[in-house]
Design a binder for this molecule. Sequence first.
Ligand SMILES: O=C(O)CCC(=O)C(=O)O
Ligand SMILES: [Fe+2]
Length: 730
Amino acid sequence: SVYYEKVSGANSQLRILTVATETNDALAAFLASAKLRGLPTPEPLGLGSDWLGGDVSRGAGGGQKILLMRRALADVPDDQLVLFSDAYDAVFLAGQAAIRSAFEASGAGVLISAERFCWPDQSLADKYPKPPAGRKTAYLNSGGYMGKAGELRRLLNYAPITDSDDDQLFLTRAFLNPDLRQRHRMALDYDCSVFQTLNGALSEVSLRWDDSGLGYLRNTVTGSSPALLHGNGPIKAEFWRLTNYLGRGWSDSLGCQHCPPMPPPTVAQLLQRQSELPYLTVGVLLTDPAPFPDLLLARLAEQTYPKQRIHLRIDLGPGASARNVHLAVRDFIDNPVHEYASIVLNNASDNLAFSPVSARQILLVNEYNSDFIFFVEPIAQLTGRDALTQLVAVNRSIVAPLLVLPGKLWSNFWGALNADGYYARSDDYLDIVSDARRGLWNVPYVSAAYLINRRAAQILLKAGAFDSKRLAASGVDYDIDFASIARSKNVFMHVLNTLPFGHLTDNSNTTRLHASNDLWEIWANPVDWEHKYMHPDYWRFASDDAQLGDFEQPCPDVFWLPLVTPSFCHDLVAVMESFGRWSDGTNTDPRLEGGYENVPTRDIHMRQVGWEAHWLHFLVKYMHPIQLKLFQGYSDKPWARMNFVVRYHPEEQKELRPHHDASDYTVNLALNQVGEDFEGGGCRFPRYNCSVIAPRLGWAFVHPGRITHLHEGLEVTKGVRYIFVTFVNP
Ligand SMILES: O=C(O)CCC(=O)C(=O)O
Ligand SMILES: [Fe+2]
């Protein structure tokens, strides 16, 4: 746990030195961890200067760190206690008293971090002294050491070193020299009392939380609670994952410690202080095919973040060249109620080179005035109205709202990486995806929708993250490439699930072929499908509570049922009209087995437009529960050979003579509106001298097909009447 102690004088203050040639999220995390533990602010050496120490993630290097330390120590009083730590992969887990007493207990003049692996010169491994029994951290790690300034200064000057020499080799050679080791009382921190290296030690550390919810580690081998955790070597993703729990993030007993304690601000509150709010560019990247573009845009328009602070950009790429995408965008742009700071449509449908990455690049180059850029890909559906507000409030380099494919474990973040840099499941992945753990999570990969702040965008742009030529040459997936550049630049990616923000759609089978592609999504994306196409009142009639008596009967044993939305009706008519091959309404019908239709209508069968299986699925999923209520004891799953849209028109077919249907029961669904789209029409049941003459859009009436329910289609006198007729269980 943490100690907040009284500091008696300047000399007794520990000084923490680190090397950081640039500021970034990793340095910020290091500094924040020191602050959280009440430690003096670490002093970064070399800020703003060029890093000359080589790429230490690939090979040896880092001598510049030693040189900077020598210079910094030159005028520090001899007996000042100094701790050195790497800056970009370390966090403090304890305060000054714990560090000081662990150092004193070690009896060392210079206490140095120890690790599992002998690096960079493995041939030195057998020159090392044997560690105490049971300790596996036998080798020196130069990322952390401490001692009195005088002792450190003398040690670091024992031999010449250059910027590009290896600092770990430099300290190793000193340690392996018995004279030097003794002279400076050098000791490796085998007990991990101060320094915990993580590489190779993941299974030896266990997460704990103190009573206040502050996270720390217990080393289960040594029994210590190390003061400084170092994500040395190739363990960065695991290291940063652990840090989600090592501050005041999420704890076992308190859960999410930074979730909004109060309800999020209302729209009115936001509007009141909107002039203080940062500007956002929202880039909607409709570059790939994806279902429900209309829902995506409508949900964006529902966001609480004030539109006056949003520059909206919509990019249409060649992959999204479907009729419904273009219609959705046109409807949205034409809607005069939007009050965005600006709104621009970039129609690049004909530009085959236009890709998600080039769309991002164009936006970033052109939109540097905004404080943040929010990229949305077409598979992201932001149902949570506060998503943008919350993402801006957490103010990170990159932050994604958690989006999960409904009913699946597929999401827009990864919790861990495998050795090749691809997906691996972290221990906490399922808890985060299921919202069992809510919070803000530092993760190695995000996709689909995320907010980038301006500083991070500049770094990534400079690093080539949006360079489509480089990307094409690399052959790597855009998202994976982007995340790996962000990681290499210490631009942190977070995923936020403090509130429900939305979900993903599955676009792996999305078609561009039809006039209304979303109808085809009934299997792949049932959640949005129901939202778009099921009548909102349907669920009341399908619920366990509803009974036969709850259904209106316009005629005896003819039942009204709210079934689908106006969008469904509109989309189905569009499919039929764009297909266009209406039957001629004569008795000869080559589509039928016998080739003869006794009571012909001018119609198109579902099979002809490739939507029969979808409708049969609909019947089983949505009509069966209704059937059980309307026709008690008749429990067979519904099936239908005849599913067709009829078109009545005064100059084509205008009516249908009295007949029985080839069905046990018939579903007759009104696809357009009497009074608006046509006049006349309706269905008359002569036995009861009763007609259904005011069909309701999206409602079906359901009636027995034979014996008692002889019926006729009444004359349409003006306009066009469309109905969708299904003969269930012929
Ligand atoms: O026009 C109507 O509503 C009746 C249609 C009909 O009975 C049929 O197509 O079998
Ligand atoms: Fe009929």
